[in-house]
Every structure is written in structure tokens, then in C-alpha cells.
Design a binder for this molecule. Structure first.
Ligand SMILES: Cc1cc2nc3c(=O)[nH]c(=O)nc-3n(C[C@H](O)[C@H](O)[C@H](O)COP(=O)(O)OP(=O)(O)OC[C@H]3O[C@@H](n4cnc5c(N)ncnc54)[C@H](O)[C@@H]3O)c2cc1C
Ligand SMILES: NC(=O)c1ccc[n+]([C@@H]2O[C@H](COP(=O)([O-])OP(=O)(O)OC[C@H]3O[C@@H](n4cnc5c(N)ncnc54)[C@H](OP(=O)(O)O)[C@@H]3O)[C@@H](O)[C@H]2O)c1
Length: 451
């Protein structure tokens, strides 16, 4: 049985592992990725100052070493390859393409240059080739990060780290250098609901109080007034709430950078000068309303203020990119599916032999470890549906590689990636970092050409 997985992030790798462990039939797995590098957001999303999380790549490496595994990097579905090509060359297809588009605030002024989705900032500091040329203006002194999830926390923390804290990380060199020269002193983390509804986790929140050169600031009245704890029936034992209360009780340390945690505010307009530079953000004060279904919504009160900032980073969630030939659910912004089986967008009828895992299936929620079980569940469906499919004769395994080469694609194998990996690790070792990433696509392919 030959199976194509599109996307070499955690969901794709965990699915490959589950497939290659099957004993009922011999499975060959080809994992495609649009980048020459594997591991998806483990390489390009997880914060550089959280190196232990990236150790999961050792598990994925062991999967890649299995005899029936092939990595075909630098191949983009929808550009280099079509869904029809995949149908011809494989018995089953599994999409694991993540959520690579960002959600928008939908407010006036959002399009100006200084209002940049956090995705761009994160991809830029993590050395994702798409964002190599991104312009992040760190000559400003104040930045607003919109959202109260862990991505917003990552962005805020990285903006406030000292150069020494970043030196030993695998952050892309261009970003380390730019952050070393950064003039940012004040970062505002803006939640539209209250602390009890914040999506960030308490471990990430606690870390904000342990930065070398920055302190968290919360107006105790705002924390007390916001009423969100009562609205949810939370008690002060709630870990995040207790951490926030300890932040609120701190005395400001003079000379330190500040992280202002604000709640119950929604941006309603990005203000910019005639040259298109951000000058501020109009914030509307919110109140909470409990709905009969148990959800708690933020409602604008009409009361506004202007927050003077020079850069706005919305970190308000993600959406799957639309790929030609792959059904898309416009409402949930993921690949149209029923429990991992791909379905037609409108009729919702199942498309035979096509499946989806990871964030492309469920949206951008959840940590890396969650994909192990979730991908294995979809593999169970593939097993149940796939009995006898292997009887269908397919082109030789090399035919897909020849097809791609014929289209001018430089296919990157796993051993190619290992060469690039070695180069990056050796470059990083010179400054005591886990790696120094090669960022530009062309530069990656050059390294492989020379190796
Ligand atoms: C900024 C950030 C920080 C995070 N930090 C943590 C953390 O510290 N700990 C934690 O547990 N979780 C963290 N997460 C969550 C974790 O990264 C995700 O749960 C996980 O990566 C999702 O896995 P995935 O395989 O679905 O998607 P991804 O990891 O996004 O992988 C998708 C892959 O598909 C490829 N692809 C996309 N389109 C195509 C195409 N058309 N053709 C071919 N290939 C394609 C991409 O290049 C990518 O390699 C973080 C997420 C973000 C955004
Ligand atoms: N260190 C880590 O472990 C780590 C790091 C990064 C990411 N991750 C994981 O990756 C996943 C994605 O993280 P995420 O932060 O992108 O998403 P998230 O957890 O869903 O948080 C999104 C945030 O954006 C807010 N938001 C949405 N629309 C908004 C709007 N129009 N205006 C203002 N605020 C808005 C949400 O508020 P509401 O709640 O009010 O909707 C929420 O606070 C999560 O599972 C996260 O835990 C983990």
C-alpha cells in the first residue's frame, strides 16, 4: 500500500509513525513538504527560547529512518504537484498541511505596514523562508500584541528578551541582530475578555515574570474590576489568576522594560500617520456577557481610549490555506472533513481514500503531543477503509520523483535534509547555540548542491 502524506509537521510525522507500525499490510509512506526542511512549526513556530520542546524531532527522525519512509521536501501541493497526480501515484492521501494563514481583526487601518500579523513576526525570528524579507520595525518604543493566547505570549516575550538571553538560541541570525538593536521598551498584551478566559497557559504566563530585563505590569484595579473570575465562577486558586495577582502586587523596577497585561479591551482602529506609520490603536472597553450555552462573550461598551504604539502584532489565531483540488470548509477555515475523512465542501459526501490530520483538520488548537493520538485515530480509519486497495497497480515509486524533476523541482530527500541539519548545527556550535539556521530557500539548496 502506498500512502502520500502532505506536510512534514508533527501531525504528518505522527501519522507516518502509526502507518509504518501497521502489521496487517506493507505500507510505504512518502511525506511531502513545501519546504526543504521537515518538522513544520516545531522548526518554524515553537519559540527559540524553548529548546526542550524541539527535542520531539528525535522521535520524528526515528520514523524517518524506517525503511519504507521517504521525505520529498521542497514540493508544494497545488504548485509542483496536483491532487490528481497524488491519486494516480498513491492508494491513499493524507493532508497534514497545518494552518498557515492568519486571521484578521477586520478593523480600519489594519492593512498598514506597521500592523503585522504575529505569524509574520514569528516566522521571521524563526527563520521561515517565507518571512526572510519581512520588515519588522523595532525602532519603535511601544508595541501592542493583540490576543491572549500562547502565540501572543511568545511574541511579547521574544520582544522583551535581552540579547544575552537570545544569543544561545536557534533564532535566525537576522532577527537576533535586529532584536539586539531593538528600541522597544513597552509591550502591551491585549485580551478582549478577562483573565479567566485567557487562552494562554499558566506555565507560559509565569515565565513572563521571570524575564531578565523586563517586568509584567497589571493595574490591580483592572484585575479586580474586570469581573471575569466571578463570571466564570473561578476561584483565586486558578493558577493563571494567582500569577496575575502576584504580577499586580509587584512594585515597578525602574529602568526595566515593561510588559503591560490589559484585559477587556478590543482594538477598533489602527491609527497611522500620512507616511503609513502606526501611531496608535483605538481600544474599546468591553464587558463580559454570559450566554445560555455557557460561553462568555466580550461586548463593546462604547468607551474608548487611544493606546500610543508604533507597531501592532495581531496574534488572534490561524486558518488553513486553500489548496487547489482540496475541499475547504469556509466556515471553520480547515480542510472539509468529518472526523478526519475528507468530504465535499457542500454535499459533505466523503471523498474516497483522502484524509486529514492536525491543524488542517481541527483548526489551530492544541499542543504537539496531542497530534500523536489524533493522527493515530485517523490512521485507524484509513486502515478500516483501505482493505484491498493495494491490489490497484500504481506507477513505480520512482515515477513521482521523475515527474517532479521533469517539472523542474529540486526534490530534497531526508538525507539531503540531514546534510543541511549538520551544516546548521556546526554553524550554531560556534556561538554555543543548538543551530544557526540557513534561512533563504536558495541558500538551503546551495548548501545541498555543495554537499
Ligand atoms: C508560534 C507557535 C508556537 C508554538 N509553540 C508550541 C510549543 O511550545 N509547544 C507545543 O506543544 N506546541 C506549540 N505550538 C503548537 C504546535 O506547533 C502545533 O500543534 C503543531 O505544529 C501542528 O502540527 P501540524 O502538523 O498540524 O502543522 P504544522 O506544524 O504547521 O505542519 C504543517 C506542514 O505542512 C507543510 N505544508 C503546508 N502547505 C503545504 C503544501 N501545500 N504542500 C506541501 N507542504 C505543505 C508546511 O510546510 C509544514 O511543514 C506552537 C504553535 C505556534 C503557531
Ligand atoms: N508555549 C506553548 O505551548 C505554545 C506556544 C504557542 C502556541 N501554542 C498553541 O498553539 C495554539 C494556537 O495558539 P494561538 O495563541 O494562536 O491561539 P488561541 O489559543 O486560540 O488564542 C487566540 C487568542 O486571540 C484572541 N482573539 C481571537 N479573535 C480576536 C479578535 N478579533 N480580537 C481580539 N482578540 C481575538 C482570542 O480571544 P478569545 O478567547 O476571546 O476568542 C485568544 O485570546 C494553541 O493551542 C496554543 O496553546 C502553544
Amino acid at each position: 500500500m502506498r500512502i502520500a502524506i502532505i506536510g512534514a509537521g508533527p501531525a504528518g510525522f505522527y501519522a507516518a509513525e502509526a502507518l509504518l507500525k501497521r502489521t496487517d499490510t506493507v505500507i510505504h509512506v512518502d511525506v511531502f513538504d513545501r519546504l526543504p526542511t521537515p518538522y513544520g512549526l516545531v522548526r518554524a513556530g515553537v519559540a527559540p527560547d524553548h529548546p526542550s520542546i524541539k527535542a520531539v524531532t528525535r522521535v520524528f527522525e526515528r520514523t524517518a529512518e524506517r525503511p519504507n519512509f521517504r521525505f520529498l521536501g521542497n514540493v508544494r501541493l497545488g504548485r509542483d504537484l496536483t491532487v490528481e497526480d497524488l491519486r494516480q501515484h498513491y492508494h491513499q492521501i493524507l493532508y497534514a498541511v497545518g494552518n498557515e494563514a492568519d486571521r484578521r481583526l477586520g478593523i480600519p487601518g489594519e492593512g498598514v505596514a506597521g500592523c503585522t500579523p504575529a505569524t509574520v513576526f514569528i516566522g521571521w525570528y524563526n527563520g521561515h523562508p517565507d518571512y526572510e524579507q519581512a520588515q519588522i520595525d523595532l525602532s519603535v518604543t511601544s508595541v501592542a500584541v493583540v490576543g491572549n493566547g500562547n502565540v501572543a505570549v511568545d511574541a511579547a516575550r521574544i520582544l522583551l528578551r535581552t540579547p544575552a538571553e537570545l544569543e544561545k538560541t536557534d533564532m535566525a541570525s537576522h532577527a537576533r541582530e535586529a532584536l539586539r538593536r531593538s528600541r522597544v521598551r513597552e509591550v502591551y498584551l491585549l485580551g478582549r475578555r478577562g483573565p479567566a478566559q485567557a487562552a494562554f497557559t499558566h506555565i507560559e504566563l509565569k515565565e513572563l515574570g521571570e524575564l531578565e530585563g523586563a517586568s509584567p505590569v497589571i493595574d490591580p484595579r483592572e484585575l479586580a474590576d474586570c469581573g471575569s473570575a466571578e463570571a466564570l465562577g473561578n476561584t483565586p486558586s486558578d493558577k493563571s489568576l494567582r500569577i496575575l495577582q502576584s504580577f499586580a502586587a509587584r512594585l515597578p523596577v525602574s529602568g526595566e522594560k515593561k510588559l503591560h497585561l490589559r484585559f477587556l479591551v478590543s482594538p477598533t482602529q489602527v491609527l497611522a500617520d500620512a507616511a503609513g506609520r502606526v501611531t496608535g490603536l483605538v481600544l474599546e472597553k468591553n464587558r463580559l456577557e454570559a450566554h445560555p450555552d455557557g460561553t462568555i462573550a466580550a461586548l463593546g461598551t462604547g468607551e474608548t481610549e487611544i493606546l500610543r504604539v508604533g507597531l501592532v502584532l495581531p496574534a488572534i489565531g490561524f486558518a488553513a490555506e486553500e489548496i487547489a483540488g482540496v475541499p475547504y470548509d469556509g466556515r471553520t477555515k480547515v480542510i472539509a472533513n468529518e472526523n478526519g475523512r475528507v468530504v465535499e465542501s457542500v454535499s459533505r459526501s466523503a471523498i474516497a481514500n483522502e484524509y486529514v490530520v492536525g491543524w488542517a483538520r481541527s483548526g489551530a488548537q492544541g499542543l504537539i503531543g496531542k497530534h500523536k493520538g489524533a493522527s493515530a485515530q485517523v490512521v485507524d480509519l484509513m486502515t478500516a477503509d483501505g482493505a484491498g486497495l493495494e491490489a490497484r497497480a500504481l506507477p513505480e515509486p520512482e515515477a513521482i520523483v521523475s515527474l517532479l524533476r521533469g517539472r523542474g523541482v529540486r526534490v530534497v530527500s531526508f538525507s539531503d535534509w540531514k546534510q543541511l541539519d549538520e551544516v546548521e548545527v556546526a554553524r550554531g556550535a560556534r556561538r554555543g547555540a543548538p543551530r544557526d539556521k540557513v534561512v533563504a530557500l536558495g541558500a538551503m539548496l546551495d548548501v545541498l548542491g555543495q554537499a
